[in-house]
Design a protein around this ligand. Structure first.
Ligand SMILES: [Zn+2]
Length: 93
């Protein structure tokens, strides 16, 4: 085996390992759930054709409070606030 071939194999292995490590690192950085990473407000799920097609396991989100837009990991969702109709329904039953 020539030295150039060994160098090429080792170089490609290191490049692949760097890509895997960066992917895992940034995956761990993404917050889970539906809270905005800027202001901790519950975000709204939006439809992004490209991102949802490429990475359907992430939640494309938009924050209506600070206009943040990005992807979050799927996780526990914030409880929805009671609307007036739900409150009336709760009182009747
Ligand atoms: Zn926000």
């Amino acid at each position: 085996m020539s030295d150039a071939l060994i160098f090429g194999i080792v170089f490609i292995v290191f490049v692949v390992l760097r890509i895997v490590a960066a992917t895992v690192f940034f995956l761990c950085l993404l917050p889970d759930g539906d809270r905005c990473p800027n202001c901790d407000t519950p975000t709204l799920r939006i439809q992004s054709r490209g991102w949802n097609l490429l990475m359907p396991w992430f939640r494309t989100s938009w924050c209506y409070a600070c206009n943040w837009e990005g992807m979050l990991r799927n996780g526990p969702l914030s409880p929805q606030p009671h609307t007036q109709e739900q409150t009336r329904h709760d009182v009747k039953t």
